[in-house]
Ligand binder design. Structure first.
Ligand SMILES: Cc1ncc(COP(=O)(O)O)c(C=O)c1O
Length: 419
């Protein structure tokens, strides 16, 4: 791959070549080849991204926006270049609309604590879906308690598909915000964001998109979605932990009060008062996460070179194959859309007789990493009358033979528990 400052150029989507870029895929787990199927929780990192961190600390390490010396200027350029790469990746009209945060959770909390704090009043309502991650439920619950506002939920059918017709009676003239996941981290459902955006805008509300599970896996265009805010985490898209993005429309961000106060986010401070810096710095108090922002730019380069259309196509093929294989077992129920065309590469499933935690532990003995539990979506998982589900989730380096390993692993586990 290119160095971390390169711009995107295309590369053939060759899974073997991709796998060779990920050092961790060479390791053994419990004596077996690692089969990593926990990508919805966090993805693995290619050498290109890891090396960009090493390069930064070995060659450029310095503070940004403050120095006149060479290292500070280089660090600032690389940090701002990463912002521009992210803006291009999601087709943001302006790079100043990209705010670095710690993760999706912080991005959501930022909107709740600033925009919603200023714009939601008693008697207003906030609309979310019934398939949200806790990060897109709890901030709104807390805000609603505080403001005397109502939190409403959009429902979905048994297949986990949003009831758009019913949404018309949930979103009304007192709705201030619609906040929805673009792709469910449990059901894999891809939600109709552009349609929800149109419904929100019709009543003068804004729409926030939790794109934690979509930006890593499919082309996402904030303008085509007609979104107002959109957020995601770098660690789910080949980048480092500890850094995420909040994108927002310039006019909205510009009108919002700051989230945190301190260095870099001010224009002028007197003993009596202070005023705020321009976007994006108004929302980036203190020394930012420079190295991880630059490495996020490297992750964006890597994905852009592969092409997000190709990434999505690969995962759709893998998902269709995995659905077919898992469902053919006959004793496993898959949550969410049964039609692979309606979903992404997240497959949550419940075995008739084996508890998800037992399954996850037994698969780990075979080197297979899956997720088990409530997936930070307790209300949703409980709505299926279970407290936990197993979840396999795919990314660019996964293969059909790894899906076979999963299915064989489940069969072997059945054998073990029937002994
Ligand atoms: C849909 C969705 N939203 C939000 C989050 C929270 O992301 P983070 O833990 O990086 O803040 C996740 C993480 O799994 C997610 O899947």
């Amino acid at each position: 791959m290119s160095d971390s400052t390169s711009t995107a150029r295309s590369r053939v989507f060759d899974v073997d070549a991709i796998r060779a870029d990920f050092p961790i895929l060479k390791r053994k787990v419990n004596g077996q080849d690692l089969v990593y199927l926990d990508n919805a929780a966090s993805s693995q990192k290619p050498s290109h991204v890891i090396q960009s961190l090493v390069d930064y600390y070995e060659q450029t390490n310095s503070n940004v926006h403050r120095g006149v010396h060479t290292l500070s200027i280089e660090a600032t350029d690389a940090y701002e270049m990463a912002r521009t790469k992210v803006a291009t990746f999601i087709n943001a009209p302006r790079s100043e609309e990209v705010i670095w945060t710690r993760n999706t959770s912080e991005s959501l909390n930022l909107v709740a604590a600033t925009w919603a704090e200023a714009n939601v009043a008693e008697g207003d309502n906030i609309v979310i879906t019934a398939m949200e991650h806790h990060s897109n439920i709890v901030p709104w619950q807390q805000l609603a308690f505080k403001k005397g506002a109502e939190l409403r939920y959009l429902s979905h059918n048994d297949d986990g598909v949003i009831d758009l017709a019913g949404a018309g009676s949930v979103i009304d003239s007192r709705t201030k915000l619609v906040s929805a996941t673009h792709m469910s981290n449990v059901l894999g459902t891809i939600n109709p964001i552009a349609e929800l955006a149109a419904m929100a805008h019709e009543v003068g509300a804004v729409i926030l998109v939790d794109a934690a599970q979509s930006v890593p896996h499919m082309p996402v265009d904030v303008q085509a979605l007609d979104a107002d805010f959109l957020c995601f985490s770098a660690h789910k898209m080949l980048g480092p932990t500890g850094i995420g993005v909040l994108w927002g429309r310039y006019e909205l961000l510009d009108a919002m009060p700051p989230y945190m106060f301190g260095g870099d986010m001010i224009l002028e401070v007197t003993y009596e008062d202070a005023n705020w810096n321009d976007l994006p710095y108004k929302f980036e108090a203190g020394t930012p996460n420079i190295a991880d922002a630059i490495a996020t730019g490297a992750a964006v380069d890597y994905l852009s070179e592969l092409g997000m259309d190709n990434v999505w196509k690969h995962e759709q093929e893998l998902t269709a194959y995995a659905m077919e294989q898992i469902l053919s077992m006959g004793n496993v129920k898959v949550l969410g859309p049964q039609d692979p065309a309606l979903r992404g590469g997240v497959i949550s499933f419940i075995h008739d007789t084996i508890h998800p935690h037992d399954l996850g532990t037994a698969l780990d003995q075979q080197g297979i990493a899956i997720r088990t539990g409530h997936h930070c979506a307790m209300p949703l998982v409980r709505s299926f009358d279970v407290v936990a589900a197993a979840r396999a989730s795919f990314y660019i380096y996964n293969t059909k033979s790894e899906v076979d390993a999963l299915v064989n692993g489940i069969s072997e586990t059945e054998g073990y528990f029937s002994r």
